[in-house]
Design a protein around this ligand. Structure first.
Ligand code: ZN
Length: 194
């Protein structure tokens, strides 16, 4: 995938998340992998209304989250790159949805989910499979956040909650990452309500 193709996909996905109310006030960001060696991602540009992105509102970044071309990447690009490098993900979604942040407030050591049909949409089993979504403290330092993420990473759990901040979910492509995000958001709303 080249950068303009990635930009087009990211703009389309960001518009969907915005329509769902999940990218309020220019929050959130999305990335896709462009290249493996060396690692290169395309990430949404910083500070823009995510409902109005064009294919040009994308920045190529390296494994540290630094721009390797024109444009200013999201401040959170460094964590996208770390997640992609550690997990092998080809797409990473970050949204400031409410339910994960509320759940992290109640379960700061990790949010446990089990025995629910929607877990299948997250890539796990609907029965007898305890899923723990890791929670890490918020930080403005992406290296600190990346270290916290890596310490708790499990290959079968493609999500991370950043306390008092938002949710990261990843997958093999943007569609899989979105489906996982949608299912996980449903699950987290459920456990906060019961
Ligand atoms: Zn954020």
């Amino acid at each position: 995938m080249n950068l303009p193709e990635a930009g087009e996909l990211l703009a389309k996905e960001a518009a969907r998340y915005t329509a769902m109310g999940w990218m309020r006030g220019s929050s959130g960001n999305l990335s896709v992998r462009l290249r493996d060696e060396p690692l290169r991602l395309a990430v949404t540009a910083s500070g823009l209304d995510k409902g109005e992105l064009t294919a040009a509102d994308v920045v190529e970044i390296d494994s540290s989250g630094a721009a390797v071309g024109p444009g200013v990447p999201s401040a959170e690009a460094g964590l996208h790159a770390r997640i992609a490098a550690v997990s092998g993900a080809r797409a990473v979604v970050h949204v400031h949805v409410h339910a994960p942040v509320l759940a992290a407030e109640r379960w700061p050591d990790g949010v446990q989910l089990r025995d629910m049909e929607m877990l299948k949409g997250f890539g796990r089993s609907a029965h007898d499979d305890l899923v723990t979504i890791p929670v890490v403290p918020n930080s403005q330092d992406m290296v600190v956040l990346g270290d916290s993420f890596e310490a708790g990473h499990r290959a079968d759990t493609p999500a991370l909650i950043v306390a008092r901040h938002g949710l990261y979910v990843w997958g093999a492509d943007l569609t899989q990452a979105r489906h996982r995000t949608e299912c996980l958001e449903w699950l987290l709303r459920f456990i906060m309500a019961v």
